[in-house]
Ligand binder design. Structure first.
Ligand code: DGJ
Length: 750
């Protein structure tokens, strides 16, 4: 039978008759069109470039034009691809909602739309045009006893987010297996980019063709993971920072989760994500409700625009951090577990003299914690190493004008601890008789047990209340293997994640102004879920600047620079053994929330003098760094990376040029500076601190700019034609400041 002979699209699905609604949301150059034909489950018929005002006819056109013809040897009606895709609509890819009743029934929902509101108001007619807004759909399968409240919000930044809550309205328990939401992407988005990684090498990019089948990134670590998909993008082959339409999704959750890119054999493609539930983890009794995490979706012309929508959204939150991110010294690589008051006070003196503003005491101050085999879970100051408590150090640090921060790892426990000995039932385990494999000699403390939660909370509050602590470095150093409540054997990662978020919120409520850093063996907990409860992330335990060039570059695909802990360490990297100049270490750390992680007692006077200069430069530039737009130049496979930050009005910019390898050619491609105002003229000034890079050979324009007070160049030339690139040795870098000519000429570093 040819498609023309197929039966008319009716009856087979027998959707409940309902009203047709078509809604167009628009914000910051993005349009989202949602179609609810005949009261069916909502489908996105357009998510991408702005469509302009559509009117009723235009909205009907977008939705009707998106309906595919019927395919032979498939269902007799056009397959409908809903936000919550379902087999009842003919979709044979991954279903959005999976689960069943205990007798095996009720696994194939036919959700229909019963009600729709926009920003809390019912829709007034079949066609709705709006700016940014929150759509809420009440979806129901009355026969199966399921209700889904689906939210779709287009934020003022053009960022889209969706989440769903499922209520069991039936009389018997419903075993939820999965609630995955999707967004459609067009067929010309034929390449995928997401991230892999490991400890000390987080967020390594990986690309592949978007072919038939599922690219499924499942995470069972109970934490976001050093190998998290981070942002899963689709775009036309070869899409770059400034090139190609790009669609990306991020699941905002720190527990088990998934990201998905799927193409079925018709060619239809979706991106999606949601929480990954373990067997039996989510059993909804009658009337109970489960809410999934937000799935964020960002569309843009190139990866920079995708990133900038995330950044602008985060920056617009009322609780977002201020731009004067304090220069932080963290003592981990300086002293490790060697907590000696005199040594730490000396380190604090040296730090304060450089202009450091926050001093953080890392692991080793509590219980029996003299190395990483014991003491976790006992959040009581060790009288062995701190006979007078932490106050002598805290008072000293604060007397120097710095804030004090302290390390905790609240979700963990060593078997060799008072807590584990007193309460073995608080350790997460698949049964009373079994324990999971140890990892870094530790186990997971079950915060879903109210008494365990209360002990950790109260011990933490006691320490926070005993002295002035403004900052917590919140660590989490193992995966959640076989993580269940020991007494029952029931998986508890979902509840543990919720308890962690709750604990963070409780501590913050008790100590207004308290900041929390999300650290997890370095950068294994970087996601927009945890960032609703914390104030920065530790990007990686690898502070080697060459590796950090890559890790910071890609961590910033999701979060802005002020949320990324970025430190200057000693000359020899503790994790890679590579040696780097201070110039390259500092220039690489500058594009982030700057800190020091170095035993300053071992630094030379020359190094300290240069470090002081870098800290001063950071303080001068942090307003720009933390309000401006991140721009990254597309330079093919050039080893000379160029990235920068351009202020919102494009009147100032700071760029860095980093040689991340050795080139096969003796000259580099010209430097073309993205993100500037082509109609303006900019004064370009090289910023040279300390000894500058090795192997430097400068083009004449650079020399002239260095001799005079910069060189004035039209923005169009800088952006489109470019300037000859200098030569520098590998693992060296340079900085350039650009100031629009009519903006005056602030003091430059030379
Ligand atoms: C892992 C973190 O990433 C490090 O910075 C440090 O805090 C150690 N844990 C301490 O155990």
């Amino acid at each position: 039978m040819s498609p023309q002979q197929s039966p008319a699209p009716h009856s087979v699905l027998a959707p409940r008759p309902g009203a047709t609604h078509r809604i167009h949301l628009r914000a910051a150059g993005v349009s989202v069109v949602v179609d609810v034909t005949d009261g069916r489950s909502p489908a996105i018929t357009h998510w991408g470039a702005a469509l302009g005002t559509l009117g009723g006819q235009g909205l009907d056109a977008v939705c009707e034009a998106a309906v595919d013809p019927v395919v032979q040897n498939a269902v007799d009606v056009p397959v409908r691809l809903a936000i919550l895709p379902q087999a009842a609509d003919g979709w044979l890819g991954r279903p959005g909602l999976s689960g069943s009743r205990e007798d095996g029934s009720g696994w194939s929902p036919r959700l229909v739309t019963e009600a729709i509101t926009l920003d809390g108001q019912p829709l007034t007619g079949p066609h709705t045009e709006s700016g940014p807004g929150l759509l809420r759909f009440a979806l129901v399968d009355a026969e199966l006893g399921l209700e889904v409240s689906l939210e779709l919000e287009l934020l003022p930044t053009g960022l889209l987010r969706q989440r769903a809550a499922l209520t069991n309205t039936g009389a018997t328990p419903y075993l939820l297996e999965e609630l995955t939401l999707t967004v459609p992407v067009p067929a010309h988005a034929d390449e995928l980019l997401d991230f892999a990684g490991r400890w000390i090498k987080e967020r390594t990019p990986q690309r592949r063709e978007f072919t038939v089948g599922a690219h499924l990134r499942e995470n069972r670590r109970g934490r976001t993971g050093a190998d998290s998909a981070h942002v899963l993008h689709a775009g036309p082959a070869g899409f770059g920072f400034r090139r190609g339409e790009v669609w990306g999704v991020h699941t905002a959750f720190s527990g088990n989760h998934r990201h998905l890119a799927e193409q079925v054999n018709t060619g239809r493609r979706v991106l999606g994500g949601g929480e990954l539930l373990l067997p039996g983890e989510l059993r909804l009794a009658a009337g109970e409700r489960y809410t999934g995490p937000w799935l964020f979706a960002s569309y843009g012309e190139g990866l920079d625009e995708v990133a900038s929508r995330f950044h602008r959204h985060l920056r617009a939150r009322p609780h977002h951090v201020s731009t004067d991110r304090p220069v932080t010294l963290n003592v981990w690589e300086a002293v490790y577990f060697d907590h000696d008051l005199a040594r730490l006070k000396d380190l604090a003196d040296r730090a304060a003299a450089l202009g450091v503003e926050r001093f953080v005491l890392d692991d080793g101050w509590f219980g029996s914690r003299r190395d990483d085999t014991s003491g976790l879970g006992d959040w009581v100051v060790s009288t062995e190493v701190w006979p007078e408590g932490l106050a002598p150090l805290v008072d000293h640090v604060r007397g120097l004008g710095m804030e004090f921060g302290l390390w905790f790892e609240p979700e963990m426990v060593n078997e060799d601890s008072e807590t584990a000995r007193a309460h073995p039932e608080w350790l997460m385990a698949p049964s009373p008789e079994r324990l999971p494999l140890r990892s870094r000699s530790q186990q997971v403390l079950n915060l879903t047990i109210p008494e365990a939660y209360a002990q950790v909370r109260d011990q933490m509050l006691a320490v926070l209340g005993s002295t002035e602590i403004g900052y917590i470095k919140w660590d989490h150093n193992r995966d959640l293997l076989e993580s269940a409540t020991r007494a029952t054997g029931r998986a508890a990662v979902h509840e543990q994640t919720a308890a962690t978020y709750r604990l963070m919120d409780e501590l913050k409520a008790a100590h207004p102004g308290l900041e929390i850093e999300s650290c997890s063996s370095g950068g294994a907990r970087v996601d927009l879920g945890v960032l609703e409860h914390t104030d920065r992330v530790w990007v990686s335990d690898c502070i080697d600047p060459l590796d950090r060039q890559q890790m910071n570059r890609w961590t910033a695909q999701l979060i802005p620079l002020e949320l990324m802990g970025s430190h200057i360490a000693s000359g020899g990297s503790h994790t890679t053994g590579r040696l780097h100049t201070l110039g390259f270490r500092a220039l690489s750390a500058l594009f982030g929330h700057l800190g020091i992680e170095w035993d300053l007692a071992r630094a030379t006077e020359a190094e300290l003098a240069e470090l002081r200069e870098w800290i001063a430069l950071y303080k001068e530039q942090r307003e720009l760094l933390f309000t401006g737009d991140l721009v990254r130049a597309d330079r093919g496979d050039s080893v000379l990376w160029l990235h920068g930050v351009v202020s919102p009005q494009r009147e100032r910019a700071l760029f860095t040029l980093a040689a991340v390898g050795r080139s096969d050619q003796s000259q580099h491609d010209r430097l073309r500076f993205p993100g500037l105002d082509p109609a303006a003229r900019y004064r370009v000034r090289p910023l040279l601190l300390g000894e500058g890079p090795t192997g430097l050979s400068l083009p004449p324009w650079w020399r002239r700019a260095a001799e005079q007070d910069g060189l004035v160049v039209p923005g169009s030339v800088l952006e489109r034609s470019g300037l000859a690139a200098p030569l520098i040795n590998p693992e060296q870098g340079l900085l350039l400041s650009l100031v629009r000519e009519d903006e005056g000429t602030p003091a430059a570093h030379r």
